[in-house]
Design a protein around this ligand. Structure first.
Ligand SMILES: Nc1nc2c(c(=O)[nH]1)N[C@@H](CNc1ccc(C(=O)N[C@@H](CCC(=O)N[C@@H](CCC(=O)N[C@@H](CCC(=O)O)C(=O)O)C(=O)O)C(=O)O)cc1)CN2
Ligand SMILES: [Zn+2]
Length: 806
C-alpha cells in the first residue's frame, strides 16, 4: 500500500499570524510566551491539516529560518553570540537579525548585501553602535526560490555539539496533537556544509568528520523518542557536484549507517541527473525525488535503486499553484505502484513553504481561475485522492477525478489563457527590436549633451520609505474606506514630498519614490492582463517578510499605462530629470507564479513586450531616463551551471526587447541587488544598459573586479550606502568607497547611489545618509578638479561599444 507524506508545511500562518507575532515581539510589544504560543498554534494547525497523511513532517516549523534552526541544533553558533545574556531564543534572533536598535514601526528590509562569496547579509534592523552590538548572520537565497536563509558560518575552530531540544519538543507536541507517525525533518550534513561559508578560508569539507558523529547522536536521540523515519534533506544532490562533494556523501552516509532510525534521503528542486547512481546507492532506507516537473530520473532510478529501498515520488509540485493533472499522474503512477508495492511513497515535490496556505481564503478570486488552482491545503487533498485511487482504485474517487479532469481541461481550453494578438506580437519580434540605434559610445555623447550632469552623478534606486501611513492608506483604499480620488491624491502628496526632499538634498537624477507600489512585482501583475492576484496568498521570503506573488495564468498584455501618470506627475514638479521606474520582465517572471503550459522564456517574452510598450510610452511622455530593475535576473540562474547559457541567452534577450526600443538620447538604467557577476559579466554587458546600479558597499567594491577585468564598457553606479542597516554612512566612508571604485572603473563612467531601494528604511535614516552621499559626490568632484559635464563627453569617446548578442 502506498504511503502518503509531506516534506514541509507553510509556517507563517494562514493569516500571517507568525509574522505579526514576531514583529510585535521584536518591537517589545508582546512577550516571549505570546510568541511561543503563536508558534505552537501555527504548528498545531498545520498538523491538523495534515492529519490525512501517513507520515507528518515535524521540525519544518521555524521562528525565522530552517537552516538557522539546524545551526542551533548542531551547536554551530557564531562566537559573537556566545556568552551573551538572554535565553536561546534571544541568541537565535541575534544571529538572525543582529542586535537591533529600537525597531521602528515600519522597518522591514531586504536581504543585506552580498559579500564576495555570493551571500548577502541580513536584514530588518541591524546592530549598531551600542556596546552589545552583534552583527547579523549573512543571508542568501535558498536554491532557485525567493526564500532566503541564514548562512551557517565555519572557521578552523568550529566545533559541533548537539542540542536536540527543539526537535524533541516538537515531536512530543505533534504526538499530543494526534500525529501518530511524526517524521522529523532535518537538513543533511552535506547540504548543511555546502550552504555554509568558511569565514577564514578553512576547508568546509574538513569539518565533515566531526559533523557526522553529531548527526549520529541526533539520530539516536530521535530513535530514543520512538521515531521510525527521518527526512534528511540533501537538495544539493540536484546540482553539479565535484568528486570531493560526491565523496562527502559517501563518507557522511556510511558514517550514519548504524543508526536505529530509517533515513529518507530527500532531494528536490530538480533532477538528480548524473548524481543518480550516487543517490541510489547511499546506505539509507529510502530516497525522495522530484518528479513533478520532469520524470527524466524515474526510469533509470527504478533500475538502479536496490530493492529494499523505499522510493518516494514528489508527484505534486510544491513550487507552483496549479492543480495537478491527477488522471495523468495516475496513468503513469499505477503501473509503478503495482511494481513497487509498499515501497512506494508519494508526496509533494518539495516543502509547501513556497506556496500559500489555503485557496479557501481567496473569496474574491475569479471562480474560473480559482478552479484551476491548488494551494498547500489543496495539494494535500490532491495527494489524498491519488492515494485512495492507488489503494482502492479510481472508482473510489471518481467524482474528485472527474472534477479534476474538468478543471484541467477548462484551463487548457480557456479563451482567457490564449490571446491570439499576444501570440502574433511575440512571433513578429525581430532581433532588431532588442538593438539600440547605436552603440554606447555614441549614445553616451548624445545623452551627456542634454543631461548636463556633473561627474559622479548622484541618484537613488527608486523607492523611498514605505511608511505605515502609506500602507494604511492603501489598505483603506482596498477596503473601500478611502476612494480612488482620495488615495491618488495621498500618493501624489508622497511623490511631492519625495521630489522636494531630493531637490533639497541636491541629487542629480530624481525618482518618484514608488509610494503607489505594494511590491515591485505584484504592482505590475495587478495591471497586466493574464494575471490574477490573491488577497491572502502570502509566501515567506525571509524571517517575517512575505510576498504575495501574482499568478500569471494567461497570455500577457498591457491594457493601459502602468506608471506614466505617476512619473509624469513627478517630472512636472521639478526641472531635474526624473527616472521612469519599471520592473524588468525576467524579475517579474521569476517572482510570480507562472504558467506551466509553455516554456518560461515564452512567457518572459510576452512580459517583455508589455514592458517595452510602457518604456516607449514613458519616452513619448517626455521621460528620458528609464530604469528597468532586474533584481532577479542573476538570482534566476538555473541550479545547474550547464543550463546557465541557455537561460542567460533568453533572459538578456527579454531585457533587451523591453529596454532597447528607445532613442539613443534616452538613457536606460538597470538595477541588480545581487552583484556577484564574475561568471555572467558578458551577459550583463550584453544587456547594454547605459547605466547599471549594483549592490557593492559591503564588499568594499571588490565586486567591481569583474567589471574591471572584463572592461565593462558602460556606466556603473556601485552602491556606497548599505540600505539594510539603519546606520548612516559617513561622507568620508563613501568618498573612500568611490575612490576604490575609481581604481577599477574610469571615474567618468561612475555614478554614486545607495545599494538598493529605500522602501524598508525610515526617512530619519534616509535623509542624513543621502545628505552625506551628495556631499561625498561634491568632494570627489572638487578633488578631481572638474565638475563639468564636458569631462564626461570628452571621455566617452574612448569607450568600447557594448558587445551585442545578435
Ligand atoms: N517580490 C519581491 N521579492 C523580493 C523582493 C521584493 O522587493 N519583492 N526583495 C528581496 C527580499 N524580499 C523581500 C520580501 C518582502 C519584503 C517586504 O517588505 N514585504 C512586506 C509586504 C509588502 C507588501 O506587499 N505590502 C502591501 C501590504 C502590506 C500589509 O501587510 N498591509 C497590512 C496593513 C498595513 C498596516 O496597517 O500596517 C494588511 O493588509 O493587513 C502594501 O504595501 O500594500 C511584509 O512582509 O511586510 C521585503 C523584501 C528579494 N525578493
Ligand atoms: Zn535592489
Amino acid at each position: 500500500m502506498v504511503t502518503l507524506h509531506n516534506l514541509g508545511f507553510p509556517r507563517i500562518g494562514r493569516n500571517r499570524e507568525l509574522k505579526f507575532s514576531l514583529e510585535s515581539y521584536w518591537k517589545g510589544q508582546s512577550t516571549r510566551e505570546q510568541l511561543l504560543h503563536t508558534g505552537e498554534q501555527v504548528r498545531r494547525e498545520g498538523w491538523a491539516t495534515q492529519s490525512c497523511l501517513d507520515r507528518v513532517p515535524v521540525g519544518d516549523f521555524s521562528f525565522y529560518d530552517q537552516v538557522l534552526d539546524m545551526s542551533f541544533t548542531l551547536g554551530n553558533l557564531p562566537a559573537r553570540v556566545k556568552g551573551q545574556e538572554g535565553g536561546s531564543l534571544d541568541s537565535y534572533f541575534r544571529v538572525a537579525r543582529g542586535r537591533s536598535v529600537d525597531l521602528p514601526a515600519d522597518a522591514p528590509s531586504l536581504p543585506r548585501s552580498q559579500d564576495s562569496h555570493n551571500h548577502h547579509k541580513t536584514h530588518d534592523v541591524q546592530e549598531v553602535t551600542c556596546c552589545h552590538a552583534v552583527s547579523a548572520g549573512e543571508m542568501t537565497k535558498w536554491f532557485d526560490t525567493n526564500y532566503h536563509y541564514i548562512v551557517p558560518e565555519f572557521d578552523a575552530r568550529t566545533q559541533f555539539s548537539l542540542d536536540a531540544t527543539r526537535l524533541l519538543e516538537q515531536i512530543d507536541q505533534a504526538r499530543e496533537s494526534g500525529v501518530t507517525h511524526p517524521k522529523p525533518v532535518i537538513i543533511g550534513p552535506v547540504t548543511y556544509l555546502s550552504l555554509g561559508k568558511s569565514k577564514d578560508g578553512c576547508d568546509k569539507l574538513a569539518l565533515l568528520d566531526q559533523l557526522v558523529p553529531v548527526y549520529a547522536q541526533l539520530l539516536e536521540s530521535l530513535a530514543d523518542r520512538g521515531v521510525e523515519w527521518v527526512q534528511v534533506d540533501e537538495p544539493i544532490l540536484v546540482t553539479e557536484l565535484d568528486s570531493r562533494w560526491q565523496h562527502a556523501f559517501k563518507t557522511a552516509y556510511h558514517g550514519l549507517k548504524g543508526s536505529r532510525v530509517k533515513l529518507l534521503l530527500t532531494t528536490y528542486f530538480g533532477q538528480l541527473g548524473e548524481n543518480q547512481y550516487l543517490a541510489a546507492h547511499l546506505p539509507v532506507a529510502g530516497l525522495h525525488v522530484d518528479v513533478a516537473t520532469s520524470r527524466a530520473d524515474l526510469v533509470p532510478l527504478l533500475n538502479l535503486l536496490p530493492t529494499h529501498k523505499v522510493l518516494s515520488l514528489g508527484v505534486i509540485s510544491g513550487r507552483n499553484i496549479w492543480k495537478a493533472d491527477l488522471n495523468g499522474v495516475l496513468d503513469w503512477l499505477e503501473p509503478l505502484a503495482d511494481r513497487l508495492g509498499d515501497r512506494l511513497w508519494i508526496a509533494p515535490s518539495c516543502s509547501l513553504l513556497h506556496v500559500p496556505v489555503d485557496l479557501d481564503s481567496e473569496t474574491s478570486l475569479d471562480p474560473e481561475i480559482r478552479s484551476w488552482l491548488a494551494f498547500a491545503v489543496q495539494k494535500l487533498d490532491e495527494l489524498g485522492v491519488l492515494g485512495t485511487a492507488l489503494t482502492n482504485g479510481r472508482d473510489a474517487v471518481r467524482e474528485s477525478l472527474d472534477a479534476n479532469r474538468h478543471a484541467i481541461e477548462s484551463r487548457r481550453n480557456s479563451t482567457r489563457v490564449h490571446n491570439p494578438r499576444v501570440r502574433s506580437a511575440v512571433s513578429s519580434v525581430t532581433p532588431g527590436m532588442g538593438q539600440r540605434q547605436h552603440g554606447y559610445a555614441r549614445r553616451a555623447v548624445l545623452q551627456a549633451g542634454w543631461l548636463d550632469l556633473p561627474k559622479y552623478p548622484a541618484t537613488t534606486i527608486g523607492s523611498f520609505p514605505q511608511t505605515t501611513n502609506i500602507r494604511r492608506m492603501r489598505k483603506a483604499y482596498r477596503t473601500g474606506e478611502l476612494d480612488r480620488v482620495g488615495y491618488e491624491s495621498a500618493i501624489r502628496g508622497e511623490i511631492q514630498r519625495a521630489i522636494r526632499e531630493q531637490e533639497k538634498l541636491g541629487l542629480d537624477v530624481l525618482v518618484h519614490g514608488e509610494a503607489e507600489r505594494n511590491d515591485m512585482v505584484e504592482y505590475f501583475g495587478e495591471q497586466l492582463t493574464g494575471y490574477a492576484f490573491t488577497t491572502h496568498g502570502w509566501v515567506q521570503s525571509y524571517g517575517s517578510r512575505c510576498v504575495k506573488p501574482p499568478i500569471l495564468y494567461g497570455d500577457v498584455s498591457r491594457p493601459h499605462p502602468m506608471t506614466i501618470d505617476w512619473i509624469q506627475y513627478a517630472q512636472s514638479l521639478t526641472d531635474r530629470p526624473v527616472k521612469g521606474m519599471l520592473t524588468g520582465p525576467v524579475t517579474i517572471l521569476n517572482w510570480s507564479f507562472v504558467r506551466d503550459d509553455q516554456p518560461r522564456r515564452e512567457t518572459c517574452r510576452q512580459i517583455a513586450l508589455a514592458i517595452r510598450q510602457e518604456v516607449l510610452e514613458l519616452e513619448a511622455a517626455g521621460i528620458r531616463i528609464i530604469q528597468i530593475d532586474e533584481a532577479a535576473l542573476r538570482e534566476g540562474l538555473p541550479l545547474r551551471r550547464s543550463q546557465w547559457d541557455a537561460y542567460l541567452q533568453w533572459a538578456v534577450e527579454c531585457f533587451r526587447l523591453a529596454a532597447n526600443g528607445v532613442q539613443d538620447q534616452t538613457q536606460i538604467h538597470t538595477h541588480m541587488c545581487y552583484s556577484e557577476f564574475n561568471d555572467i559579466i558578458v551577459a550583463i554587458a550584453n544587456m547594454d544598459a547605459d547605466v547599471i546600479t549594483i549592490e557593492t558597499s559591503r564588499s568594499d567594491m571588490e565586486l567591481l573586479d569583474a567589471f574591471d577585468q572584463f572592461d565593462y564598457p558602460n556606466e556603473i553606479g556601485p552602491g556606497v550606502y548599505d540600505i539594510h542597516s539603519p546606520n548612516v554612512p559617513s561622507t568620508s566612508q563613501m568618498v573612500r568607497l568611490m575612490q576604490e571604485a575609481a581604481r577599477r572603473i574610469p571615474s567618468h563612467r561612475l555614478w554614486i547611489n545607495p545599494d538598493c531601494g529605500l522602501k524598508t528604511r525610515r526617512w530619519e535614516e534616509v535623509l542624513p545618509a543621502l545628505r552625506n552621499m551628495v556631499n561625498a559626490a561634491r568632494e570627489l568632484r572638487a578633488s578631481e578638479g572638474s565638475g563639468a559635464s564636458q569631462v564626461r563627453v570628452e571621455h566617452v569617446g574612448h569607450v568600447r561599444p557594448a558587445v551585442t548578442i545578435n
